[in-house]
Write a protein that binds this ligand. Structure first.
Ligand code: ATP
Ligand code: PMV
Length: 478
């Protein structure tokens, strides 16, 4: 029997930085080292009051249980999703059961901007839930999304006093979501992971089951994220949102290839074995080794935002085209990168596991520099701005500072935030901050890019994947 749904479920998932393995990790023959961050996306699911729900037995609503509108209480089930840190960020859906086993689809109400990540996560999670839960009646749900500030570049409001009206952790950005510049920490993967996990736990599990249910939540989140993105990426961002920092080897794309769209006949019958990993012909083969791994004692990871994001899809397409056309050369380059990345990971692991041996970061510095050399070769050969010269200039300049071990362009590279490993010491952070505050680019970029405001983000290594959250921190927001 499914457990009784509690009235409120809160869960969060972390952002990521792919320290090494960008592009390589798209191919199962290679791996990526991904660090989870302490910037998280939180999702709070509230059961709207209905006659048959817990807490409505005559004694009024249960703690945290929201009151629905008259329409919600009388007629069809609805899901209202809010991102209260942004202007007009409300998405309202009707819940439709599709014929011929097509699953459960949410239908947007009104004609405001759509949010494919929210919409797809709801449809996928509700389809899975309706397939496994005893009760097919979801009731109406209110969902609140709250994100740590570092996912987005600062806005005039988020910098100012007006941002701090409510609970301390979350700021008011004062702009619509589409106007907020993302910093590339993987907001959509953290959001999809937190949203599908919160819904599944809300309706079919207890929060304590999160550990045991992690693999299923991973499978569901990967399926929903790929569908929302319209492509099957490597999935390292979803994996780290679920499991935390790890050495990642991607899943075989064939696992998701024949799933089809929500609403198509038999969709629920195809989604269920994917989530439960019961299809013996296509077992999940994701590898997340050493998940939850820590940095060596005395080391910290920081990110420097350059407020000038890149277009990952077109960069990926070009790099893969070049690899296809230059297979021999690419194989040598990929092998050199993989080899060096693996040595770097082993050294980080060795130092993390032997705190007494930690402290001499010179090998790590050398290995980071070698990785960068290979990435610059990749940049030249592919003609894609993975480490463009303005980023080279920035990385070189910060690497000279005392206490900085080294840095890289993480993930796809481009003009996204750079990742820097430093000695974990407030004076190093202060030095970096000061350096960046006075920093202006002097080189002409080889790809015509311009770096605007350079600033250190507040985010650091977080290591932990999806986790249950306490409600108190959301005071004033839900
Ligand atoms: N706070 C939020 N509330 C609702 N939806 C959000 C929120 N933050 C992000 N999203 C959704 O995620 C989308 C951004 O995802 P996208 O994959 O483009 O970027 P990212 O995951 O932050 O960065 P990257 O893929 O470069 O790591 C937004 O367009 C929106 O649909
Ligand atoms: C280029 C790629 O390998 C990494 C992209 O990373 P990011 O989104 O730039 O953090 C693509 C992928 O792995 O899906």
């Amino acid at each position: 029997m499914s457990p009784q749904p509690s009235s409120v479920t809160a869960l969060s998932a972390p952002g990521k930085v792919l320290l090494t393995g960008g592009y390589l990790v798209l191919d199962r023959a290679y791996t990526g080292t991904v660090f989870a961050l302490n910037a998280r996306i939180h999702v709070v699911v509230q059961q709207l009051r209905r006659g048959h729900r817990r807490g409505a037995s005559g004694s009024g609503p249960a703690v945290g249980e929201a009151h629905g509108t008259a329409e919600e209480q009388e007629g069809e089930n609805t899901v209202v999703v809010r991102s209260p840190q942004f202007v007009d960020a409300v998405w309202e859906y009707g819940v439709q059961r599709c014929s011929d086993g097509g699953g459960v689809k949410v239908i947007p109400k009104g004609d405001g901007p759509r949010n494919p990540f929210v919409e797809t996560s709801l449809s996928y999670a509700l389809t899975y839930i309706s397939y496994v839960a005893d009760s097919k009646d979801f009731g109406s749900l209110s969902v609140t999304i709250l994100a740590d500030s570092d996912y987005y570049s600062e806005t005039a409001t988020s910098k100012g006093p007006a941002s701090q009206g409510r609970s301390g952790r979350f700021v008011n950005f004062g702009v619509p979501l589409f106007e907020a510049h993302k910093t590339g920490l993987g907001s959509s993967a953290a959001l999809v992971t937190a949203l599908v996990s919160a819904l599944v736990i809300h309706r079919t599990m207890q929060p304590e089951d999160l550990g045991a249910g992690r693999d299923k939540l991973h499978n569901l989140a990967q399926a929903a994220h790929c569908a929302a993105q319209g492509k099957v990426g490597s999935g390292f961002d979803v994996a780290s949102a679920v499991y935390g920092s790890c050495l990642y080897r991607r899943f075989s794309p064939s696992i998701l290839e024949s799933l089809g769209d929500v609403g198509s006949p038999g969709f629920e019958e195809r989604l269920f074995p994917i989530v439960e990993d019961s299809d013996t012909e296509h077992p999940w083969d994701t590898e997340c080794v050493d998940f939850g791994m820590q940095l060596p004692r005395g080391m910290q990871l920081v990110l420097c935002d350059v407020d000038c994001g890149s277009g990952t899809p077109s960069m990926v397409k070009k790099v893969l085209e070049w690899r296809k056309a230059n297979r021999k050369e690419a194989d040598i380059l990929w092998a050199s990168l993989q080899n060096n990345n693996e040595r770097l990971r082993q050294e980080l692991k060795r130092q993390a596991q032997h705190p007494d041996a930690a402290g001499d970061f010179s090998d790590i510095r050398t290995l980071l520099e070698r990785t960068r050399q290979h990435i610059r070769t990749m940049t030249r050969r592919t003609g894609v701005p993975i480490e463009p010269s303005v980023q080279t200039e920035l990385l070189d300049s910060v690497s000279e500072l005392e206490g900085v071990i080294g840095g890289v362009v993480p993930g796809a590279g481009g003009y996204d935030a750079i990742a820097i490993l430093i000695r974990d010491d407030p004076t190093v952070v202060a030095r970096l901050r000061e350096h960046l505050a006075n920093w202006t680019s002097k080189v002409e970029d080889d790809f015509g890019g311009k770096i605007g405001n350079v600033r250190l983000l507040g985010v650091q290594h977080g290591s932990e994947g999806a986790k249950n959250e306490m409600l108190e921190q959301y005071a004033g927001w839900i």
